[in-house]
Design a protein around this ligand. Structure first.
Ligand code: SAH
Length: 350
């Protein structure tokens, strides 16, 4: 794991760290204000710190965690993918997407992913390692600073839909979420409902997350309503079946009162049959009723895969049938395909 960073620490640990440096307690609050409030991670730029203290604080609490290897844009500059390198050479990506009414950053929780879904580029290379809480938060801080400094705007939404399975890095992701939603100076002050944690369906972790009562949005990558196909599309289904995952999603929806977003990558002739749409609508209606929302994602191409998105008429019929069962369903507007920044395309190729 990377060296300890200020953003890894909760309020108590920050107070201890500041005391360990022989600094008065108010310095802790100043540092939090600089980092979370002003989005500054370089003590040299923290003008309220005496110059003599800055290098000491930098060494102890603000190591250079991430370096930008490359940054590429598309969609007329409204989508930007950043390739990061950690202190140990590990690489991973985040994607900033600007829309007229909101700006979303899609962040990674792990370098690589161990879930091995065959249609996802990230899954093909396996897991390198978990990201630390600070590595996760640095992606957010950087996106928020970009919005403020380059676009005179504000980062409004965070989705844990980059590389990795967030619930397989539970404690670090949870700590990051707490700091994302805490108001400044203890966090970035982003509304909990604007934070989405997306999972392949680790049922016990979904229940645990529900019990944290954070009010963040849950996205569940279901991709098919039947176990037979899901066992191959989402291999973790061999451990937690569709019915168990939907039970956990219901628990989440009931605990939080929030709609669960069900992700479904539509793959031509694989999971796009009308009968699957009917089964999906039926199962979701039974499990979640009005608290289900289906997000269809036209499959994005990945290297070496024969699979393709479904034709538009098939997609339209799929939407119609899901809705006919009383479940809301929309098709996700896909960003970043040309720069391999779309869902399932992140591979952090240097
Ligand atoms: N591991 C978590 C977080 C990743 S989110 C999860 O699976 O939910 C990325 C989303 O994009 C997931 O819903 C994933 O299934 C989907 N996805 C993966 N590969 C894709 C592809 N080639 N085309 C479209 N969506 C894809």
């Amino acid at each position: 794991m990377p060296p300890r960073h200020f953003a890894d620490l909760d309020e108590d640990a920050r107070a201890t760290a500041v005391a360990d440096l022989g600094l008065p307690a108010f310095r802790g609050k100043q540092l939090a204000n600089q980092y979370f409030g002003r989005l500054i991670a370089d003590p040299d730029r923290m003008t309220d710190l005496p110059a003599a203290v800055r290098s000491q604080v930098a060494r102890a609490l603000f190591p250079d965690l991430l370096t930008v290897v490359r940054s590429v844009s598309c969609d007329a500059g409204e989508t930007r993918k950043t390739l990061w390198r950690g202190h140990d050479g590990t690489t991973f990506e985040s994607v900033l997407m600007r829309y007229p009414q909101r700006t979303t950053v899609c962040i990674s929780s792990q370098a690589g992913c161990g879930m091995a879904c065959p249609f996802c580029a990230t899954g093909q290379a396996g897991l390198t390692r978990n990201l630390s809480t600070a590595e996760i938060l640095e992606q957010v801080r950087s996106a928020a600073a970009t919005m403020r400094d380059e676009h005179d705007g504000r980062l409004s939404n965070i989705v844990f839909m980059g590389m990795g399975e967030p619930l397989a890095n539970y404690n670090r992701v949870l700590a990051a979420v707490r700091r994302i939603i805490a108001p400044a100076p203890h966090g970035f002050g982003i509304s909990a409902r604007a934070v989405t944690v997306s999972t392949v369906g680790l049922a016990p972790a979904i229940r645990k997350l529900a019990d944290e009562r954070l009010g963040v949005t849950l996205a569940l990558s279901l991709h098919t309503p039947d176990d037979e196909l899901r066992d191959t599309l989402v291999p973790v289904n061999n451990r937690w079946k569709v019915s168990e995952v939907l039970d956990a999603a219901r628990y989440y929806a009931e605990a939080t009162g929030r709609r669960v977003s069900v992700e479904y990558a539509l793959i031509r002739d694989v999971n796009d049959q009308p009968w699957r749409a009917d089964m999906l609508g039926k199962k979701l209606h039974a499990a979640l009723g009005p608290l289900a929302h289906v997000n269809l994602i036209p499959l994005n191409p990945t290297p070496g895969s024969e699979w393709d998105a479904s034709p538009k008429p098939v997609e339209r019929e799929f939407v119609r049938r899901v809705r006919e069962r009383g479940v809301s369903c929309t098709v996700r507007d896909t960003r970043g395909r040309e720069i391999a920044a779309a869902c399932g395309q992140l591979a952090a190729q240097g």
